[in-house]
Design a protein around this ligand. Structure first.
Ligand SMILES: [Zn+2]
Length: 141
């Protein structure tokens, strides 16, 4: 890149050259344009630098969010089995134990009543599986 001092020197030299005024004016105009382009290039390079820095920040944010999401996914990952029409889940939130769930609303089933059923009053899901059989059924999973 030619610095501004060099442009001044060139312009000064132009005035001393034995060439026509029209040609001098044209050359001067060409140098002015060229100097304006140099400034634009320098401004654009600064902008590119700023955008690169922003991109780096956004990329870092994305990577952090991605690994946080993966960590949450791993934490909530559950094994699911259906047995005797009952949904069983095992994972971190069940302490690694198989727990009966309602296969319709996916909330923990009521295993304290006579028969395994849903504990939500809005859900009609119920079984003829005696709650007392649960330890045996779970041992078959
Ligand atoms: Zn239910």
């Amino acid at each position: 890149m030619i610095d501004m001092g060099a442009f001044d020197t060139i312009k000064q030299t132009l005035t001393e050259l034995p060439i026509s005024d029209i040609l001098k004016a044209r050359l001067e105009f060409a140098f002015d344009q060229s100097s304006a382009f140099e400034r634009q290039v320098s401004e654009l390079q600064t902008k590119i630098g700023q955008l690169k820095a922003q991109l780096e920040i956004v990329t870092l944010d994305r990577d952090n969010t991605r690994s946080e999401l993966q960590r949450l996914k791993d934490e909530h990952a559950e094994e699911i089995r259906i047995h005797n029409m009952i949904e069983f889940r095992r994972g971190k939130r069940t302490g690694g134990k198989w727990i009966a769930f309602c296969p319709q609303c996916h909330i923990p089933a009521d295993v304290k009543a006579d028969f395994v059923s849903c504990q939500s009053p809005k859900c009609k899901w119920g079984t003829l599986v005696p709650s007392n059989d649960m330890p045996y059924i779970i041992s078959e999973l």
